[in-house]
Ligand binder design. Structure first.
Ligand SMILES: *[C@@H]1O[C@H](CO)[C@@H](O)[C@H](O)[C@H]1NC(C)=O
Ligand SMILES: *[C@@H]1O[C@H](CO)[C@@H](O)[C@H](O)[C@H]1NC(C)=O
Ligand SMILES: *[C@@H]1O[C@H](CO)[C@@H](O)[C@H](O)[C@H]1NC(C)=O
Ligand SMILES: *[C@@H]1O[C@H](CO)[C@@H](O)[C@H](O)[C@H]1NC(C)=O
Length: 367
């Protein structure tokens, strides 16, 4: 391990273990004023619906006016009722009218919940190594790990738009973290380079982080998002000016179905995970709290696991609820400023939404 890595991890570990679960539980959520919730008055009449829509529209569609606004309003009315019902039925998780509120579930799923259908084949790839447990595994792991609390490790939350680039954003996020942890440099890496160049075919139709890591290894580097900006559709791979800003030499996978091993890995650095069955209105409109499902059997998504923890009490007054912290790529208005806390310690071996069903992946910086 590089000295710099040891130091930052040690600092992170100190900051994290020194505090109790209560004290270090982050309360990151969007200011209420920025989130549009739905009351029974909002959905009472056509006029109140119209007012709600205009309020939502000013926040989410002002810059990209749809040509079919009236059709979108009709969908919005349905979605507003869905979000109202969700909040009414569920006291421990909140839902709000986010960027998806003028789309049908199928439209949301097409671009946002169908992003990573590929399976990794570890044996095909010699640059891929199995994560080796640290000295903390299994019983000395801290109660809480949250890379959001270590300044610089995570870049801003990204917005994939109507492009199935979740896998590229998650992979870039993992490399950004390792770049900061080892070199102390904050850089947005080029998601578009991964979308355009890391494999044949349209990167906006889905992919997997392992292709992204493999590309960066083969090309000896990746450029910054300033050198190769995001356009949010699949284009031709172009060679940007300038040298790549960082590289990786290998990457690791974390054994599936082992909560402790995934905790051990994310204690070391953020890990790309795959979520299954995110084609549900609950996942779509998640706004805050510890997500408890449901997920179904449709729709795959990749995102960045950045921590785990336990709350003494959740919003439904259940004690000792365990969660993972996931950085998503649906903008800051989704979830808790773009992040989700999702229940951990789920009885099924693959975890809630299959979070441990596929091997977690993280890159290693060249030594
Ligand atoms: C998502 O679910 C909807 C409603 O059940 C369905 O129409 C759509 O085909 C699904 N899409 C995907 C990508 O799973
Ligand atoms: C990364 O991009 C975001 C916009 O998504 C920007 O606000 C931020 O300043 C950028 N960070 C760096 C280190 O360039
Ligand atoms: C991709 O996006 C860019 C920038 O918005 C645009 O110029 C280009 O025409 C788009 N390409 C396709 C195939 O949609
Ligand atoms: C939560 O549980 C505690 C202890 O069981 C109890 O004292 C408290 O009144 C409960 N609070 C709510 C809001 O139900």
């Amino acid at each position: 391990m590089l000295p710099a890595l040891t130091m930052v991890v040690a600092l992170a570990a100190m900051a994290l273990t020194a505090s109790t679960p209560t004290a270090s539980t982050p309360t990151v959520s969007m200011p209420a004023a920025d989130k549009i919730y739905v009351s029974s008055e909002n959905i009472a009449s056509e006029e109140s619906m119209r007012n709600l829509y205009e309020r939502w529209y000013a926040l989410y569609r002002r810059d990209s006016e749809p040509s079919d606004k009236e059709k979108r309003f009709a969908i919005f009315k349905e979605e507003a009722r869905v979000v109202y019902e969700l909040n009414d039925d569920d006291t421990h998780v909140k839902y709000h009218l986010n960027l998806f509120a003028d789309m049908t579930l199928a439209e949301y799923a097409k671009s946002f919940a169908n992003c990573s259908p590929l399976k990794i084949r570890p044996h095909d790839n010699i640059k891929l190594k199995l994560h080796q447990p640290s000295q903390y595994y299994p019983d000395k792991l801290p109660l809480n790990v949250d890379w959001r609390t270590v300044d610089g490790v995570l870049t801003s939350v990204k917005t994939q738009g109507e492009c199935g680039s979740c896998w590229a954003i998650a992979a870039a996020g993992a490399m950004e973290s390792i770049h900061f942890i080892t070199n102390h440099k904050r850089t947005n890496l080029s998601v578009q380079e991964l979308v355009d160049c890391s494999f044949k075919g349209n990167g906006c139709e889905g992919g997997s982080a392992f292709q992204a890591f493999q590309y960066v290894i083969n090309k000896h580097g990746i450029h910054s998002s300033e050198q190769y900006p995001y356009v949010g559709n699949g284009s031709h791979c172009t060679s940007p000016f300038g040298l790549p800003v960082m590289s990786i030499r290998r990457y690791y996978y974390v054994s599936e179905r082992s909560e402790k091993m995934l905790m051990d890995a994310v204690h070391k650095a953020p890990v790309v995970i795959t979520l299954w069955g995110v084609n549900t209105t609950e996942f779509e409109y998640y706004s805050g709290g510890i997500f408890r499902g449901p997920c179904n059997d449709k729709g795959t998504h990749q995102a960045l696991l950045v921590g785990y923890g336990t709350v003494p009490y959740d919003d439904a007054n259940r004690s000792g609820v365990k969660y993972w912290v996931v950085k998503n790529s649906w903008g800051e208005s989704w979830g808790e400023r773009g992040y989700m806390r999702i229940e951990r310690g789920h009885r099924a071996g693959g975890g809630l939404c299959g979070i441990m069903l596929s091997p977690g992946l993280y890159p290693a910086h060249p030594e």
